[in-house]
Design a protein around this ligand. Structure first.
Ligand code: ES4
Ligand code: ZN
Length: 324
């Protein structure tokens, strides 16, 4: 491999582990667990990835979690991601998981965390990737469910860095989770939230002001509100942008229309991530190549994006300095 082919070292900060389930692994786990899938084979499943917006994606994403049942399943899922991420140049990963998507099916939280931690704890040695977990609440379920999930997670807090907020955004404003995030912070957890993906710019400000988040996931709709952009720039609030996801879920028409260059131009602390790489057509290196080609980003801008990813991470300052 020549220097120019070597992927830039980077951190991935917006990655749902359930969204890394490739069709082939889904079928393997279904066979192993005797789970029924309504598709004949992996190709037929891949053909079903024709989303029109966030909800049609989420319906399939939650349907497929049914094949994940044992600790080994979660370990295999995470190991497959880490192996692929190493090839993408990922040196640090902050990984979302959705406990409620599993506990609601009768899979215990300890099974989910145990399996993920089994893979993550070997990751630095096997793949050169340090990895952390972000427990994410499903915002379209009642806040009481999120609070119960947080309390169930107390035995596992040594393995969890932060809490997040995902799933269907519109109609589920951040303020619905005020109490949950206050309790998470009191437990020593860092806080992030998806905001401004499909939802309005006001949700971004609300996530900052009401939930006290340190980072915004997606955040692309901030560009509709110049005062909000000025604030995000002044406070250097990181935005974890996912270009392929935005196109596949039709938040943006085409990659060539993506606001990423304008966001960089504005001085926002923006990063590039894959979100749900199995579903959206590529891993983080593919997203970097995609925006470079479609938007004509310069080598300098790509290096800024990679630097931003370490800067925006929850790594301790000494490790950040090593990677920057
Ligand atoms: C998600 Cl792209 C996206 N948005 C909101 N919630 C999610 N969960 C998994 N991927
Ligand atoms: Zn996401």
């Amino acid at each position: 491999m020549t220097a120019s082919q070597r992927p830039l070292p980077k951190a991935e900060l917006h990655l749902h582990i359930e969204g890394t389930l490739e069709p082939e692994l889904a079928f393997e786990l279904a066979r192993r667990n005797g789970a029924e899938l309504p598709w004949a084979d992996p190709d037929e499943l891949r053909a079903a990835y024709a989303f029109t917006e966030l909800q049609s994606f989420l319906d399939l994403y939650y349907r497929l979690t049914d094949v994940l049942r044992t600790e080994q399943d979660f370990a295999d899922l995470a190991e497959a991601y880490l192996r692929r991420a190493a090839r993408a140049g990922v040196r640090h990963a902050e990984i979302f998981f959705d406990p409620q998507a599993h506990t609601s099916r009768g899979v215990e939280l300890g099974t989910v965390v145990g399996g993920l931690v089994a893979a993550l704890s070997e990751s630095e040695q096997r793949h050169g990737i340090s990895a952390q977990l972000i427990l994410s609440f499903l915002r379209d379920l009642p806040a009481e469910d999120a609070l119960r999930t947080l309390r169930e997670a107390k035995p596992f807090l040594e393995h969890i860095t932060a809490v997040g907020l995902d799933s269907a955004e519109v109609g589920h404003p951040p303020a619905k989770f005020r109490e949950v995030f206050a309790e998470a912070r009191a437990l020593g957890l860092r806080c992030v939230a998806h905001a401004g993906e499909e939802g309005p710019p006001a949700y971004i400000a609300e996530a900052l002001d009401v939930l006290g988040v340190e980072r915004i996931d997606h955040g692309i709709r901030c560009m509709e509100d110049p005062e909000l952009v000025a604030r995000l720039v002044a406070e250097q609030i990181p935005l974890t942008v996912c270009p392929f996801s935005n196109v596949r879920l039709r938040c943006v028409d085409t990659l060539a229309d993506h606001p990423l260059p304008a966001m960089l131009e504005a001085g926002l602390l923006v990063t590039v991530n894959s979100d749900d790489p199995s579903y959206f057509g590529g891993y983080v290196d593919d997203n970097f190549a995609g925006v470079r080609d479609a938007l004509g980003l310069t080598e300098d801008q790509l290096r800024t994006l990679a630097r931003n990813s370490f800067q925006a991470s929850f790594l301790p300052p000494a490790r950040k300095a090593e990677l920057l």
